[in-house]
Design a protein around this ligand. Structure first.
Ligand code: T1G
Length: 705
């Protein structure tokens, strides 16, 4: 037994087995081996009558070791099933002492114990569904037996850690204590050992029978929910099948069904994608070259420049985090409108019961509207959210440089402009950084943290720490036109517009990519965000010579003032007060006219081409962004698209999706699109890194767990 993984100590005639695998005691092969050895020792140790299992580092276990899933160790013995069988066959009682969390395989280990004691602060759960899996170590068979069918469905389909108090009325825990967990657990162990000595059988959850009068109704309701709410995810229905087996078959037959379905799910692309996202989410918070405990600056007050939609949305993030927030505007009317917009947002949450009046008052009290730069001189962080125009932003930063205290961080919310150029107008470029929020800024999780060439390490570390505090998924980007997300979406949009020129309709393109899984297609999205935003960027890029083929139809649409929902008409028509997108005869006529004027051949485009040209455009530009080191890693690019652009999470993100297709085939299809008449051959030439991967059979995300 590896001493550093398992500590075996005695309390009277009870063995306390403390197991450790920091940071979450995940049950990897080495720990499983050490636990098996401890259980063997416990069984053969005549000096003890019972045992307590307890996790080290203040937590029980975060479950099976997900990092192991891509490796042979995941299925090497002793498996979790082996440990659970050893507990099933034990003649001595074993008590699970739970603090922190017992999740997944960790909770399943506790369910195989004869008794469970928990600290009242502990949480338990079966989050496997979030990985596209099901609890594969007996959880689907034991949990319904101890908390009933309905509770088990909620735990396994919800996947959220639940406070142990929720189960206080069920026999799940023999005791829930506020302190002295080990003492309580040993007490229960001794009591159980005495009962065994007196001839009573050991209590095992697997022996319990399920009595559920409304089994069919409950399962049918759960299946209907799974088919609508989780239509792209196979795991929920498989979980319900396992629960049905638990209620209608023997324990052994149920376990066999669970293992069969678990192995099937493990091999699905959806599970591979969701396991990739689990690690991608955590990797994004790491900045290469910056130590985890890098120095950060104190941020106790924030100033937002600009009380428009973005500025007020950004401000709400900081008010929600309890940070004093100045809101600066140049005109009183605009400032008052901004304050009103913030209050209206909170009033809306109050009406929906998402916020109480006390919290609303607290947050509004932290808001300090001001018309004067001198009023924000003491702010620790200033975020500029003014009009997306370089001259305007340079003027703001020159003013900030002259008025805001030394040591303050000066951030721009620009969505595409050169952060280094903005920094250069100040005498403190090391204090300048990009914090690109996505609209609506108080809702969208994504925050692109744009590090300038001169941005100081502690400024970057502070931005990353603050992102966590305001519950954003921060992704570090280098400086380029559009950073990560918008640079890629520009190519995605270019392909969408090109396919209009070639013969597809806006509704056909939107329908195809929404069937692929995007929340909204490019044209519905553009109508929502405002077609004039893309128009403004294109006009700048035309002037800078960055676009060779003008988007004639999109420009003509804007020249007609069809900016989208905000003008009641865009690519689609809208009825007043109704966001439903109706195909527009005006747009159809405009498209026909412009196609005729261009004199290009028109053809029918299939959905496959539409989807590939949109998604592989993201992949190709993403690969170039990686090559230029604008993004740190492919999984960061996936996080940008999953949290900021509505990419379907069950596909893992554009880069992960490319791996699931196979880079060889992606490159082959890119070459086919480069050969189309009138194609942007320069763009469709596969990125060098993709060509290398296609030749070597490698993956761009480095292979997911
Ligand atoms: N395996 C491997 N590593 C894990 C892990 C796990 N189960 N859980 C967390 N980590 C790593 C994580 O990647 C990060 O690493 C560090 O621990 C801290 O995590 C058969 C098959 C436990 C509530 O889905 O919910 O059991 O980035 O930042 O906010 O039925 O982690 O530092 O290198 O999230 O304090 C089921 C997933 C597995 C639980 C802690 N279990 N983990 O949250 O820290 S499948 C889960 C969590 C299974 C069986 C099936 C959370 C946490 P790094 P963190 P945290």
């Amino acid at each position: 037994m590896s001493a550093d993984l398992v500590e075996y100590t005695l309390r009277g005639r009870v063995a306390v087995i403390r197991f450790a695998n920091p940071p979450v005691n995940s049950l990897g092969l080495a720990l499983r081996r050490a636990l098996a050895a401890a259980l063997e020792r416990m069984s053969g140790d005549a000096a003890i009558d019972a045992a307590v299992l307890v996790g080290a580092n203040g937590t029980f276990s975060g479950g099976a070791d997900i990092k192991e899933f891509g490796a042979p160790e995941a299925f090497m013995g002793p498996s979790l099933w082996s440990l659970n069988s050893m507990l099933d066959e034990s003649t001595k009682p074993v008590v699970a002492a739970i603090e922190g969390v017992a999740l997944g395989g960790g909770f399943e280990l506790a369910l195989s114990c004869h008794h469970r004691v928990a600290l009242s602060s502990a949480k338990v759960g079966l989050p496997e569904v979030k990985l596209g899996l099901l609890p594969g170590a007996g959880g689907t068979q034991r949990l319904p037996r101890i908390i009933g069918i309905e509770g088990a469905i909620n735990v396994m389909l919800g996947g959220e850690p639940a406070p142990v108090g929720l189960f206080a009325k069920s026999p799940l825990f023999d005791a829930i204590v506020d302190a002295d967990l080990i003492t309580a657990a040993c007490g229960i162990a001794e009591k159980s050992a005495a009962a065994v000595a007196a001839g009573q059988p050991l209590r095992r959850i697997r022996d319990a029978k399920i009595r559920e009068p409304d089994l069919e109704g409950l399962l049918q309701f759960a299946r209907n929910t799974a088919k609508t709410a989780f239509k792209d995810y196979p795991a929920p229905l498989a979980i319900i099948d396992c629960i049905q087996a638990a209620a209608t078959k023997s324990f052994e037959e149920g376990i066999a069904e669970e293992q069969r379905l678990f192995k099937g799910l493990f091999l699905t692309d959806v599970s591979a994608a969701l396991r990739h996202v689990f690690f991608a989410e955590r990797a994004a918070s790491r900045v290469d070259g910056l130590p985890k405990n890098a120095a950060v600056r104190t941020v106790e007050s924030v100033a937002i420049i600009g009380a428009g939609t973005m500025g007020t949305g950004i401000a709400i993030n900081f008010l929600n985090a309890g940070i004093r927030t100045y809101l600066l505007e140049v005109g009183k009317e605009a400032l008052d409108r901004g304050v009103e917009r913030i209050r209206a947002t909170y009033d809306g949450q109050l009406k929906k019961g998402k916020l109480d009046a006390g919290k609303l008052a607290q947050r509004m009290a932290l808001l300090v509207p001001t018309l004067d730069y001198a009023g924000i001189a003491s702010a620790d962080l200033v975020i500029e959210a003014v009009f997306e125009d370089m001259a305007v932003k340079e003027k703001v930063f020159a003013t900030l440089d002259a008025t805001v205290k030394q040591g303050a961080i000066l951030a721009t919310n620009t969505s595409t402009l050169d952060v280094d150029r903005i920094a250069a107008v100040t005498r403190r470029p090391a204090d300048v950084i990009g914090l690109h929020f996505f609209s609506p800024a108080n809702v969208m999780r994504l925050l692109e943290v744009v590090r300038g060439a001169k941005t100081a390490p502690d400024v970057l570390a502070t931005a990353m720490a603050l992102a966590k505090k305001i519950r954003k998924t921060a992704v570090v980007s280098g400086v380029c036109d559009g950073f990560i997300g918008n640079r890629m979406i520009n190519q995605y949009s270019a392909q969408a517009l090109a396919m209009i020129d070639e013969g597809a309709s806006p509704q056909q393109i939107d329908a195809a990519i929404e069937k692929f899984g995007f929340a909204m297609g490019p044209f519905r999205m553009s109508d929502l965000a405002g077609n004039d935003i893309g128009w403004h960027i294109r006009k700048r890029q035309y002037a800078e010579g960055k676009i060779s083929t003008p988007a004639v139809i999109a420009d003509a649409l804007c020249e007609l003032g069809r900016f989208g929902q905000k003008t009641g008409a865009g690519w689609y028509d809208y009825k007043p007060g109704d966001r439903t997108a109706h195909p527009s005869s005006v747009v159809g006529k405009l498209i026909d006219e412009k196609r005729a004027a261009a004199g290009r051949p028109i053809r029918k485009l299939e959905s496959r081409e539409i989807i590939e040209r949109l998604v592989f455009a993201l992949v190709n530009e993403g690969a170039r962004i990686l090559e230029e080191k604008i993004a740190q890693r492919a999984s960061d690019i996936d996080m940008v698209y999953l949290t900021g652009y509505g990419f379907p999470i069950w596909r893992g993100g554009p880069m992960r999706y490319a791996d699931s297709v196979g880079i060889y085939d992606v490159v082959r299809r890119m070459r086919a699109y480069a050969a189309l008449p009138g194609a942007d051959t320069a763009f469709w030439t596969p990125a060098a890194s993709l060509q290398r991967l296609a030749a070597t059979g490698g993956s761009i995300t480095g292979g997911a767990a």
